[in-house]
Design a protein around this ligand. Structure first.
Ligand code: UD1
Length: 427
């Protein structure tokens, strides 16, 4: 199994280009199910999670053609509406095929995602929303069974908590439903706006994405053939840049006291991250060329509370904790989105960080002068990224085991860090 070995202590310097966003690409690829014909995607990142959703779509009967960062998916020939356990267990976001499948085929069987390293992560709101659209939902033998006689029906639905993939699932399902759907208390992430833009390019009618209320008018365009029904149109879709990948490089620049120009990112999507970096003393300059982050000798402690977008993202909490672990002073990191999202803390302690967890969702971080290289274990995607940053900062050598977690969400991470002068290699 691959490991990553890092010899730390080198300030990162140079330019790095950001790839397409994993969390935008996954729902966009799932939305191809709504189309009777090909959909062309550009700027798709080369990641394990993308391979997983492609495999899932192929297993359903779709054809896929990949050329570099371009993918064409044609879901015309889908002949199965079941996402199997082995595919879903690799990637929880496989739940994104549920809404499109039931909307287009009137039934779907999707393995219920189990727990994962960062907590229970229920999908009850996805299911309640589909029920409100008239689907009958049952859980049998570990699978979600969703069926509807005739089309799904437009409805009013209020999310108890804003959920990203839940909002995306219901938005997609509603495009082929009969009538108007109004979703309230929606998640407001840029990836949701990207999906709404794509659905509109495909002939859908979605408004309000990026606010708490999204309105979707179901299309009446049908198609004939062996299996007639509603469908969206073929389209070409470009994936937005990955704000979490960009944020990870920006925090790494600040933590190593380096000077890095992050190119191709979208600063408008990164307010929470930029704000906290500036509070830590780093300089963040935004220009036509990109986002330039320069670290400072004395990093300042600053409290962090994760929140739904546009608040500080939970997907940047672990990386930021590394920066705080070498800051001057103490701070509190409050994780409000997922329980159990402090698994990286034990590993950071092994590298000399002074962090204690209190009440499950709070971490007290007392800044230390330096970290020291150690053997550590990656546990989930963003925790792995935090260990890479810790390795880049630490004295001596850090070996990160189980790096397959990182390949789920970071394209060519060791090549990108090497190009910034880091001593990092896969072995
Ligand atoms: C998405 C992102 C993930 C990010 C997370 C929060 C993708 C593919 N993944 O995950 O990287 O960390 O948003 O920004 O986009 N909840 C319920 N019931 C539900 C659904 C969610 O109670 O039916 C709760 C969750 O337990 C959690 C909160 O809602 O506390 C937000 O989770 P959610 O936005 O759904 O996360 P994901 O969409 O799985």
């Amino acid at each position: 199994m691959d490991k990553i070995e890092i010899t730390g202590g080198i300030p990162l310097e140079g330019k790095v280009r950001i790839s397409g966003a994993k969390n935008a690409a996954l729902p966009l690829l799932a939305s191809s199910i709504l189309v009777q014909g090909p959909v062309d995607y550009t700027n798709i990142p080369d990641l394990m999670d993308i391979k997983s959703i492609k495999m899932l779509l192929e297993d359903l009967g779709a054809t896929t053609e990949t050329s570099g960062s371009n993918i064409r998916i044609d879901a015309s020939a889908i002949n199965k509406a079941e996402a199997e356990y082995d595919l879903v267990r690799k990637m929880r976001a496989s739940i994104l095929v549920l809404g499109p499948l039931v909307a287009r085929f009137g039934h779907a069987r999707v393995s219920l995602p189990g727990g994962c390293a960062i907590g229970a992560r229920p999908v009850d709101l996805h299911l309640k929303g589909l029920e409100a659209m008239g689907a009958k939902i049952s859980i049998e033998h570990g699978y979600i069974e969703a069926t509807t006689s005739g089309r799904l029906k437009g409805c009013e639905f209020y999310f108890d908590v804003p959920t990203v993939t839940g909002t995306e699932n219901l938005m997609m399902a509603a495009t082929l439903a009969q009538g108007t759907t109004v979703l309230r208390n929606c998640a407001r992430e840029p990836e949701i706006i990207a999906l709404a833009d794509a659905l509109n390019l495909m002939g859908g009618d979605v408004s309000g994405a990026g606010t708490a209320v999204i309105r979707i008018n179901g299309v009446e365009k049908g198609y004939c053939g062996k299996r007639s029904g509603q469908s969206l149109d073929s389209a070409s879709i470009h994936v937005i840049p990955d704000r979490i990948e960009a944020g990870t490089f920006m925090v790494a620049a600040a933590a190593t006291k380096g000077d890095v120009l992050v190119q191709g990112g979208e600063p408008e999507h990164m307010g929470g991250i930029i704000n906290k970096l500036r509070q830590s003393g780093a300089s963040v300059d935004i220009s036509e060329e990109g986002i330039r982050v320069k670290g400072v000798e004395k990093i300042k402690s600053t409290d962090i509370k994760t929140l739904p977008y546009p608040g500080f993202p939970t997907d940047m909490q672990a990386q930021f904790m590394v920066l705080m672990s070498i800051a001057e002073g103490n701070c509190v990191v409050h994780e409000t989105i997922f329980e159990n999202r402090f698994i990286h803390v034990n590993e950071l302690q092994r590298m000399g960080a002074d962090i204690s967890i209190s009440g499950g969702n709070y971490a007290m971080v007392r800044g230390v002068k330096s970290l020291s290289g150690a053997q550590v274990m990656a546990s989930d995607l963003r925790a792995s990224a935090s260990l890479v940053i810790a390795g880049l900062v630490a004295r001596g050598t850090t070996t990160i085991n189980r790096v397959y977690h990182i390949d789920r969400g970071y394209e060519s991470i060791e090549k990108k860090f090497s190009s910034l002068g880091a001593q990092i290699r896969r072995c």
